[in-house]
Design a protein around this ligand. Structure first.
Ligand SMILES: Nc1ncnc2c1ncn2[C@@H]1O[C@H](COP(=O)(O)OP(=O)(O)O)[C@@H](O)[C@H]1O
Ligand SMILES: [Mg+2]
Length: 552
C-alpha cells in the first residue's frame, strides 16, 4: 500500500535534456570496441595485425610496388606485447599522418567503388585507440615517401575531438621508402592457433603470392613467407556503381553531390550502363522531368527512379574492376606453402549478386603434404590431419565467426563423399575460397563473415564441385595404382615360387620361365588398368549430370 502512495514526480523536458551530449565516432568505438574486432585476447591481437597488413598491401598495390612486409611481436609481460609493422609502400605525406592514425572515418578509399581491403578509414586509428586504451601509451609512426626525410611521430587519439594528439615529432634523414608503425598492447594474448597472427600472415602469403612477409614471433623465431611470384598486381580500378541494386538513399546521396546540371546527365555520368537511350526510356516511366536539377531531387522522385530501374533491363555491370589472384598464382603459392600431393585451382567467371554487384569466386583444393592442419588432442586411430577451410574476402583472410559465414556454409553444403572424400573432417585437406567484390556483403562491422547471398553460395558450390570432380579422378587413379602394386607384388611372389617347380617339371630354363611369367602378369595388369580407366570416363559423364542438379 505504502508504495502506491509515493507519487512519482514528473520531470520537465528541460531537466531531462540537461544530459543531452554529442559524442564523437571515436568515443563510440572506445565504448564499443568489439565492433572493430577488439574482443577477446587473441582476436584483438590478430585484429591489429590485420589492420596494419591490409593497409600496407592496399598502399603497395595502389602504388604498383611489390610488397615486402615485416611484422614483429614481442612479449613484454603477462598479456602485454609490443608490435612493429613495416612496409616498403609509398609512405605517408607528413601532413596526413595525424588524420591517418588519429581520426576515424578518414582515408583515401571512401566512395571510390574500388576493390581494396580497407574502405571506411577506421582501421588504423582503431589500432591507435586500442593501444592507448590498454596501455596509455602513444603509437610511433615512422614514414618516408622516398625523399630522404624520415618523419617520426608519436601520437594518441583525442577521443572527444576524434583528432590526433601529437606527443612528439622528429625528422631525420634516412634513405628508405615506406611506413613503420610501432606500439604496445595489453590484455592480448599470442598463440599459434588457427586464429592467431602466424596463421593470419601464412594465409595472407597464400592469397597474395607477390608479397614477401617476414614474421618474428614472441619467441624470437623468424619465418619468411617468400613470394612465389614477382608480378606486380594490377592496380585497383575505380568502377561506377550499377543502377540495379541501388537504394533510394544512396541515389539521393549521389544526387546531392552531383555536378551535372540535369538528372538525366547526372544518371548517365554517375552510374554504369545508363546510356542516353536508357535515360529516354526512363523518362517515360517517371512522372517528373529528367531535366530537373539533380541537387533538388526529392525523396519521392528518387523512389520513382529506383522503381523504374527495377523494371528496366540494363547491361550487366562490368567486372573489369575485379582482381582475381589467378589460377597459376594460387597454384604456385599453394605448392610452395602447402606442398600437397594433389592440388586444383578453379576460377569462376564473374557474376553479380543483389541485382547489380559484380563478384567473382576462386577456389583451391589441396590434398596431402602439409595440407590440412595437424590433428591435436584425442583422435581416432590413424588420423593425423584435419580438414581446414581457408576463407578470404578480397584476398584478406577471415579467421573469426566461421560458422555464420556463407563461405563456410557453401563448403559444408558440398557432398564431399561423392568425390571420394569419405571423412571430410579427418582428411589432410585445405579448401581455399576467395570472394572478390567491391562490396563484400559482410555480416557485421567486424568484417569476418560474409552474408548468405544466394548467388555467392551457388558460385562457390559450383567451383568446389568442379574441383571435387578433378580430385575424384586423381583419387581413383591413386587408389588404382596402390591396388595394382599390391596385386603385382602378390603375383610376383607366387611366380618366384612357381618358376623353379615348373623348371623341374618341364626341364626348361628357370630364368626364361620367370621372365615369361613376369611379362604375362604385367600385361594382364596393364589391360585391367585400361579397362578401369575406360569405365571411369563413362562415370565422369554421370558426375556431370549430378553436378548440374546440385548447382541449379
Ligand atoms: N602503410 C600505409 N601506407 C600508406 N598509406 C596508408 C598506410 N596505412 C594507412 N594509410 C592511409 O591511411 C588511410 C586510413 O587507413 P585506415 O584507417 O586503415 O582506413 P582504410 O584502410 O579503411 O582506408 C588509408 O586510406 C590510406 O590512405
Ligand atoms: Mg585499413
Amino acid at each position: 500500500m505504502a508504495e502506491e502512495e509515493t507519487a512519482v514526480k514528473e520531470k520537465h523536458a528541460d531537466e531531462l535534456f540537461k544530459e543531452f551530449r554529442e559524442v564523437s565516432v571515436t568515443e563510440f568505438f572506445r565504448k564499443n570496441r568489439s565492433h572493430l574486432g577488439y574482443s577477446g585476447q587473441l582476436r584483438s591481437l590478430t585484429t591489429v595485425v590485420h589492420e596494419l597488413v591490409t593497409n600496407s598491401l592496399d598502399a603497395c598495390e595502389e602504388a604498383g610496388i611489390l610488397p615486402e612486409l615485416h611484422f614483429e611481436i614481442r612479449q613484454l609481460g603477462t598479456e602485454h606485447y609490443k608490435f612493429k609493422a613495416r612496409d616498403n609502400g609509398p609512405g605517408i605525406p607528413v601532413n596526413h599522418i595525424p588524420k591517418v592514425f588519429g581520426t576515424m572515418l578518414a582515408g583515401t578509399k571512401f566512395h571510390r567503388h574500388i576493390q581494396l581491403r580497407g574502405q571506411q578509414g577506421i582501421g588504423v586509428s582503431g589500432v591507435t585507440l586500442f593501444s592507448q586504451m590498454t596501455t596509455g601509451q602513444p603509437i610511433t609512426v615512422r614514414t618516408c615517401t622516398g625523399d630522404n626525410k624520415v618523419n617520426e611521430v608519436k601520437l594518441l587519439v583525442d577521443v572527444t575531438k576524434n583528432n590526433a594528439e601529437i606527443v612528439e615529432t622528429k625528422q631525420y634523414s634516412g634513405y628508405w621508402r615506406g611506413t613503420e608503425v610501432e606500439g604496445e598492447l595489453k590484455g592480448v594474448a599470442y598463440n599459434t592457433s588457427e586464429r592467431g597472427p602466424y596463421e593470419y600472415l601464412r594465409r595472407t602469403a597464400i592469397a597474395n603470392p607477390y608479397t614477401e612477409i617476414t614474421f618474428t614471433d614472441p619467441e624470437g623465431r623468424k619465418t619468411v613467407f617468400k613470394r612465389s611470384s614477382n608480378k606486380v598486381p594490377k592496380p585497383p580500378m575505380e568502377m561506377k556503381p550499377h543502377p540495379k541494386g541501388l537504394a533510394v538513399d544512396d541515389l539521393l546521396n549521389f544526387a546531392k553531390a552531383a555536378e551535372a546540371r540535369h538528372v538525366g546527365s547526372f544518371l548517365s555520368s554517375t552510374f554504369a550502363r545508363v546510356s542516353s537511350a536508357k535515360v529516354n526510356e526512363l523518362q517515360k516511366l517517371v512522372t517528373f522531368d529528367l531535366n530537373k536539377n539533380p541537387r533538388k531531387l526529392a525523396w519521392a522522385e528518387a523512389e520513382e527512379l529506383i522503381k523504374a530501374f527495377d523494371k528496366m533491363d540494363f547491361m550487366a555491370p562490368s567486372s573489369e574492376g575485379l582482381r582475381p589472384i589467378g589460377e597459376t598464382q594460387i597454384k604456385n603459392a599453394v605448392l610452395s606453402i602447402l606442398k600437397p600431393e594433389f592440388e586444383v585451382v578453379i576460377t569462376r567467371p564473374p557474376k553479380v549478386f543483389s541485382g547489380g554487384v559484380p563478384f567473382q569466386i576462386e577456389v583451391a583444393v589441396a590434398y596431402g603434404g602439409n595440407a590440412g592442419r595437424p590433428a591435436t588432442g584425442e583422435q581416432e586411430e590413424g588420423v593425423t590431419s584435419k580438414a581446414e577451410i581457408m576463407r578470404f574476402a578480397n584476398s584478406t583472410p577471415l579467421l573469426f565467426d566461421a560458422s555464420g559465414c556463407a563461405l563456410t556454409k557453401s563448403v559444408n553444403a558440398v557432398e564431399w563423399k561423392r568425390y571420394g572424400i569419405k571423412d571430410f573432417d579427418n582428411s589432410p585437406l585445405t579448401i581455399f575460397v576467395n570472394l572478390l567484390s567491391m562490396y563484400v556483403p559482410y555480416v557485421s562491422a567486424g568484417k569476418q563473415s560474409v552474408a548468405e547471398e544466394e548467388e555467392i553460395i551457388k558460385e562457390i558450390k559450383m567451383a568446389l564441385m568442379e574441383a571435387g570432380r578433378k580430385f575424384q579422378i586423381y583419387h581413383s587413379r591413386m587408389r588404382r595404382e596402390i591396388e595394382k602394386e599390391a596385386k603385382m607384388n602378390t603375383l610376383l611372389k607366387y611366380i618366384t615360387e612357381l618358376a623353379p617347380a615348373l623348371s623341374k617339371l618341364t626341364g626348361k630354363d628357370e630364368k626364361k620361365i620367370l621372365k615369361d611369367l613376369t611379362h604375362l602378369v604385367k600385361e594382364k595388369l596393364r589391360i585391367e588398368a585400361l579397362e578401369e580407366e575406360l569405365e571411369d570416363d563413362g562415370g565422369e559423364e554421370e558426375a556431370d549430370t549430378t553436378f548440374k542438379e546440385e548447382g541449379e
